[in-house]
Design a protein around this ligand. Structure first.
Ligand code: KG4
Ligand code: ZN
Length: 379
């Protein structure tokens, strides 16, 4: 090595060298920072493409969303529970394991998306069945690790509500959402995409569970809600009367009607062994009318208390034709602006998980790789 720093000319040389080196050193040190800022900026500029996975109960579903537009919604339903009158958790987890690879592959292929195109992987973290959630959560984590992509956790009940933003028209904020599914019955005050407050909820069973249990008592397969709905269309809703268990405030209780319905059938069957077969449509219409009235009574109270007249419904039971029709009647009576989701976005689906993930992505709300599934998860 030649040492230029010897002899009389050394000082001049040193000065020149320092003058050249200093800016180079400064540039070299800020280059990585500049690179990171540019990447972050590009990342935000690039339309986010997210793969979303739903596995909270008995539907294995995957969807791809690009820049807020849902490209597909692949759902594999599990018929294995039909004969048991309800979801069997162990069987649900196994079916998710069987379905998840093909469901995710189909979602990616039909969106023409390559793994490298993805900006993030989203998954349902809860609430739901632990064994079912574990399949989706583990699959999403595996993909995120392998592809070096960020992870987004999604609350299933929040997602049911945000399904309203998949297609036009979208509800303006604030609005009230009656979220009715197999595991939940809630009235939610929705202030913004990710700002929600439960103002009323069931203190025991969910309304979907009441539909399913009643169907089981009548010998119908799971899920009984859609079948009761179908029979109810032809029946007389005023034929049989049930009494309502009232709860304070905006809360609900559906365990009472389950027991009441069980004794109603038992007593009627004692007198006439053929009672269910001969009266199925009227029984279904009367029960459905009773359940829908319970829901709408609380919703009307919530609207009066909050002064909010923008009303949405969400979740599996929002597919019910009686609920939809009664909501429309109340809307014209009380000047409500109502929002009812498309059928495919009422029951469990990954499109709603993708939509929620999109809003979380915009706020850079990512989660760590050690996020655990949660059987209970507040909105
Ligand atoms: O939202 P969802 O698919 O799963 C949960 O998150 O629980 O809701 C499933 C529930 C089941 O109880 C099912 O019987 C009910 O939604 N359901 C209905 C109808 N379609 C689905 N209940 C009444 N009428 C329907 N048309
Ligand atoms: Zn659901």
């Amino acid at each position: 090595m030649i040492d230029f720093c010897t002899g009389g000319s050394c000082n001049v040389r040193k000065e020149t060298k320092n003058r050249i080196r200093k800016p180079v050193r400064v540039y070299a040190s800020i280059l990585p920072i500049l690179f990171l800022i540019t990447c972050r900026f590009m990342h935000q500029l690039k339309a986010p493409v997210i793969l979303a996975i739903e596995s909270s109960c008995d539907e294995t579903s995957a969807a791809v969303i690009s820049n807020g537009k849902v490209l597909n919604n692949i759902v594999a339903s599990q018929n294995v529970h039909q004969k048991y009158g309800g979801v069997v958790p162990e069987l649900a987890s196994r079916a998710h394991q069987q379905n998840i690879v093909s469901v995710v592959r189909e979602a990616m292929q039909s969106a023409c998306a390559q793994p490298a195109d993805l900006s993030a992987i989203a998954f349902t973290r809860g609430p739901g069945l632990m064994g079912s959630l574990l399949v989706g959560v583990s699959f999403a984590k595996g993909m995120a690790m392998a592809l070096q992509k960020p992870l987004i956790e999604v609350n299933h009940m929040q997602a049911h509500i945000l399904a309203h933003f998949i297609d036009e028209p979208v509800p303006p904020f604030p609005f009230l959402c009656l979220t009715v599914s197999g595991g939940h019955t809630q009235i939610v005050l929705v202030r913004d995409f990710l700002d929600m407050q439960v103002i009323g909820q069931t203190q025991d069973d969910a309304v979907g569970e009441a539909f399913d249990k009643a169907a089981k008592l009548m010998g119908l397969p799971y899920p009984g809600g859609p079948l009761i709905d179908a029979y109810a269309k032809q029946g007389n809703p005023a034929r049989f009367k049930f009494t309502e268990t009232t709860m304070p405030g905006l809360d609900f209780s559906f365990s009472g009607i389950k027991t009441q319905f069980m004794y109603f059938l038992r007593d009627a069957l004692k007198k006439d062994g053929n009672f269910i077969n001969e009266n199925r449509i009227d029984i279904c219409a009367s029960l459905q009318h009773h359940l829908v009235t319970m829901l709408l009574n609380r919703l009307k109270l919530a609207s009066r208390q909050t002064g909010i007249k923008t009303i949405a419904i969400a979740g599996g039971v929002s597919a019910n034709s009686g609920l939809r029709a009664s909501l429309a009647e109340e809307a014209s009576r009380h000047e409500w602006q109502i929002f009812i989701p498309e059928f495919q976005y009422c029951t469990d689906n990954a499109a709603m998980i993708a939509m929620t993930a999109h809003f979380k992505f915009l706020q850079q709300q990512f989660c760590a790789l050690d996020a655990l599934p949660l059987a209970r998860m507040p909105v």
